[in-house]
Design a protein around this ligand. Structure first.
Ligand code: SF4
Length: 434
């Protein structure tokens, strides 16, 4: 049985217990939320990982994508990037390779990762078809399903499946007259296939069969958002909303089949549209967890898109998003380096943390501890509390004060020290008359 079926049968699984402990919430809350589909637990039956959960009432989770490109194929470096993401606090990984032996790299990442691992199976189908036959338009339907099954058997915990790209969605896209077209790689492969073959998307047409595979291995369906805008100018348009309506119907079907689902979301959207997007998703998709890709809240900062996305992550978490896919400084420019992966994970964690405070998932208790450590100039405590302790330590120690317990920002004029002297220690009577 899947986690969803177990929860509906009032069976509290080991995974649910572990999640309740980790999140500091009651087992009843997890059981009820999983049964209602508001929380998913990506944990393929063929893998043994420490369970974590995504959904309403929990800490907003962060995903790091890794994977080869067609230009840079270095499996050791992808493993290194995965390890860096894990070490820096990512909650999940997505293995999105499109270069080299795709089975080998996926299995290597699954073997080394203690985190849930996601994939986009249509990449493998498209890339291998392009290698053999020259174009993704020759993708074979049977191969699509066999690839999904192979990846499920390998232990993939959540899969982005492009089921909602159908003829109806593409008609809306064509009429919309977008500025930046499609930026979803999987969406591009599938939409080209539909148009060139003049046939309906096999992943949409045979969705029930995909659900059978997902159910057998308890793979979470991460229903892909192929129509997400790739430019602020295209945000929240008719094509995207059309796809969301179909996604909602696909969630209902998955739930009937006992399969866990979450919904992927945009993309490039301005800050003011984030709450609307989240409200629409939750309403139309029966409160399925929302997996925001970024979001990118302005288009003009290549090289710094991890910061752009961190702002989007904060606003998204605050407005109710449950899972955020990181963006690295290399976004729109190159395959991320190991340093880019680290910067992307940390930037997204900061955004998610800030959003969670505003959402009330935590009440800033760590921030209070940090305030105390700062007031007492306790540098070791400050490092320990930092989102990245090593970076905080390295930054101070690179420019240390010569003869002070403060730092070199204000040096001898350290405001904290000056004020501490009268705030805590002085016997002054100056305030008595106030
Ligand atoms: S020197 Fe300035 S920045 Fe450094 S701890 Fe004191 S007040 Fe803060």
């Amino acid at each position: 049985m899947t986690q969803l079926e177990d929860a509906r049968n009032n069976i509290l699984t080991d995974e649910m217990k572990a999640v309740a402990r980790k999140e500091n919430v009651s087992e009843d809350f997890i059981l009820k939320s999983v049964a209602e589909g508001k929380i998913v637990i990506p944990s393929n039956k063929n893998r043994n990982i420490e369970a974590s959960a995504i959904g309403a009432g929990l800490r907003t989770k962060v995903n790091a994508t890794i994977g080869t490109s067609t230009d840079i194929i270095n499996f050791d470096e992808e493993e290194l990037k995965a390890q860096i993401a894990i070490d820096n606090g990512a909650d999940c990984l997505m293995e999105l390779s499109i270069g080299g032996d795709l089975d080998e790299i996926r299995r290597r990442i699954l073997k080394m990762s203690p985190l849930p691992v996601g994939s986009v199976p249509i990449y493998q189908v498209a890339i291998e078809t392009i290698r053999n036959e020259g174009s993704a338009i020759y993708m074979d339907e049977e191969t699509m399903f066999k690839t999904i099954e192979k990846q499920a058997k390998d232990g993939i915990d959540f899969m982005a499946i492009h089921c909602s790209v159908n003829i109806e969605t593409l008609a809306r896209l064509k009429r919309q007259g977008r500025k930046a077209g499609l930026v979803s790689r999987g969406g591009a492969f599938i939409s080209s296939w539909i148009v060139e073959n003049e046939r309906e998307n096999p992943l949409y047409k045979n969705y029930d069969y995909i659900l059978e595979i997902a159910k057998e291995h308890d793979v979470v369906m991460s229903l892909a958002n192929a129509m997400r805008a790739g430019a602020i100018a295209d945000s929240t348009d008719r094509a995207q909303v059309q796809e969301l309506i179909i996604l909602g119907e696909l969630v209902d079907k998955a739930r009937e089949a006992g399969v866990q689902t979450m919904i992927e979301g945009p993309g490039h959207i301005p800050l003011n549209e984030i709450p609307t997007n989240i409200m629409l998703e939750k309403k139309m998709c029966s409160n399925a967890p929302f997996y925001m890709l970024g979001p990118i809240v302005c288009d003009v900062a290549p090289g710094y898109d991890h910061i752009v996305s961190s702002i989007g992550a904060a606003a998204s978490a605050k407005a109710g998003a449950d899972f955020i896919c990181y963006v690295t400084p290399a976004e729109h420019l190159a395959l991320p380096s190991p340093q880019d992966v680290k910067d992307g994970v940390i930037a997204t964690r900061i955004g998610a943390y800030a959003g969670d405070m505003a959402k009330g998932v935590h009440n800033g208790e760590k921030d209070l501890q940090m305030a105390n450590a700062r007031k007492s100039l306790d540098w070791e405590a400050q490092y320990d509390l930092a989102i990245c302790p090593a970076d905080a330590r390295a930054k101070r120690e690179a420019r240390p004060p010569e003869d002070s317990d403060a730092c070199t920002m204000c040096g001898n004029f350290c405001a904290v020290k000056i004020v501490n002297e009268w705030l805590d220690e002085s016997e002054t009577n100056v305030f008595d008359a106030v």
